[in-house]
Design a protein. Structure first.
Length: 104
């Protein structure tokens, strides 16, 4: 059973929680012995940008193997809605799917 992260932090709203999550990400580095080290990176790219370019993902080691020979043609993921909250919620959904390896 998972605990709702909003209950364990002092966020005023679910949108504040989403903004916080999108302001950073975890990089997984695997050494020669296949040990995984996680590095927390403070970078608001996913929060600020309304189009996420594939080249940014190439800078994150989690995705390098997926992007060597991509099976897709698109270079960006767009969030074109006029509503800031709709963009925020969709970004959060996509971010979680990508960083939890639910999409590849």
């Amino acid at each position: 059973m998972s605990i709702n992260p909003l209950l364990s932090h002092d966020f005023e709203s679910v949108h504040d929680y989403m903004r916080n999550e999108l302001s950073s990400y975890v990089v997984r580095n695997i050494d020669e012995d296949e040990n995984v080290q996680k590095v927390f990176v403070n970078n608001p790219y996913f929060l600020i940008e309304n189009s996420w370019h594939i080249n940014f993902f190439r800078t994150i080691s989690n995705f390098k193997s997926y992007l060597v020979n991509p099976t897709f043609n698109r270079k960006k993921i767009y969030f074109p809605f006029k509503s800031e909250l709709i963009n925020l919620e969709l970004k959060f959904f996509v971010y979680r799917k990508i960083f939890q390896d639910e999409w590849s």
